[in-house]
Ligand binder design. Sequence first.
Ligand SMILES: NC(=O)c1ccc[n+]([C@@H]2O[C@H](COP(=O)([O-])OP(=O)(O)OC[C@H]3O[C@@H](n4cnc5c(N)ncnc54)[C@H](O)[C@@H]3O)[C@@H](O)[C@H]2O)c1
Length: 431
Amino acid sequence: MKKKICVVGLGYIGLPTAVMFANHGMSVHGMDINVDIVKDIAGKKLHIEEKGLQEELNKAIDSKSLTVSTEPVESDFFIIAVPSPINADKTANLDYVAKATSSIVPYIREGNLVILESTVPPKTVENIMLPLIKESGLEIGNEVFVAHSPERVIPGKVLEELVNNDRIVGGINERSAQLAVELYRTFVKGDIHVTDATTAELVKVIENTYRDVNIAFANELAKISERINVNVWEAIELANYHPRVNIHMPGPGVGGHCIAVDPWFLVELQPELANLVKLSRQTNDSMPKFTADKVNNVFNEYNINHGRVAVLGLSFKANIDDIRESPSLKVIEYLDEYGIDYSIYDPHIHGIVMNGQASTLEEAVNKADMILILTDHNEFKAISPETVEGLMRTKLVLDTKRCLDVGVWRRAGFDVRVLGDSKTEGGIPKE
Ligand SMILES: NC(=O)c1ccc[n+]([C@@H]2O[C@H](COP(=O)([O-])OP(=O)(O)OC[C@H]3O[C@@H](n4cnc5c(N)ncnc54)[C@H](O)[C@@H]3O)[C@@H](O)[C@H]2O)c1
């Protein structure tokens, strides 16, 4: 008999995970509280963009290895992959995790394993999940097993990374960890490292915090470089030739559900100790305003009143459709505040999600005084100046991701400014 898994939450993480188990010999039931998502998935329609997922979903539904509904079912394993956002005051919102856990309690039977995959502050399994699971009446660690296995996949490469990444499995006891390792071995080819649940929770938060701090460093270097007339991109690239240096790249801010959120878990946990972590968050959060200020300054330099910007890129990183915590949203808020007119274009965002959104590049750049690149989608890297120059009012570009070929654009008569590179500001550009 096939083993049964119930996956709770069918988003960017839960759906690929459910599909993966379903196509590797397990009988999977996916549940989500969002009726529209459940309907879409049942009809083999994706609500998220992810390379290769459509084919895998078709296979899983056609073979009946994956069923979906808005309710959990009795299973051997439960995997919870629901959101774990922060509140407006930067504290963790663990309501989704608590509600999802409560929802499976009536379905838990002796011998079951419950795995939390959501990224959470250390001690969430211990302090929030275990008391709820206890309500099943089963003895935790003996009759019901619990583990945390944080997900580390990157959007756009989820199916590949689910298989090949190393995994961390943290059990509330050894048996829980061992059961979780056996389950993930169904398809995971990477190493599986075993620890306790709280360490696993901290590991995931550390990983994202490391990246946030590193990006904050790059952003600070970008600001410094602009003041001292150095190209920060070149400086970082050269520094990274050192075998033990790996500095990330600057940009208009940090977005997404993970890096912009998880460091706050540490700040909330130990506010007096997490000083570097907090400052890094603040530094990265300062970048949208820094970017909008640059737009404003360039318009002032050009004596452009009520200028119009073609904002290219809404999603928080290249080649994906996710706009959660995207710095673009903040940049647009500042443009609004400064009375700067804008149109927005993002080929990865299907449908209109914001005022001012254009459905083609041509529509977005029409009568624009500046192209503002906020996301380095492949489509933007491929834009040639010839396709837009006849439509624009002023030939200005501000590239916050250094994704355009500056030389090509300049030869076409554009004034190209690059974040973190004041060498390109004003006057004759160096090539
Ligand atoms: N997206 C990523 O790249 C990524 C990477 C690593 C870790 N994570 C973590 O994984 C977790 C899930 O993230 P995501 O990106 O998949 O989120 P998501 O918003 O794409 O999906 C979550 C799904 O859970 C559903 N849901 C909410 N409450 C529910 C409940 N009580 N019962 C059933 N379904 C419920 C929502 O309707 C939604 O469809 C988060 O903790 C996130 O930090 C995400």
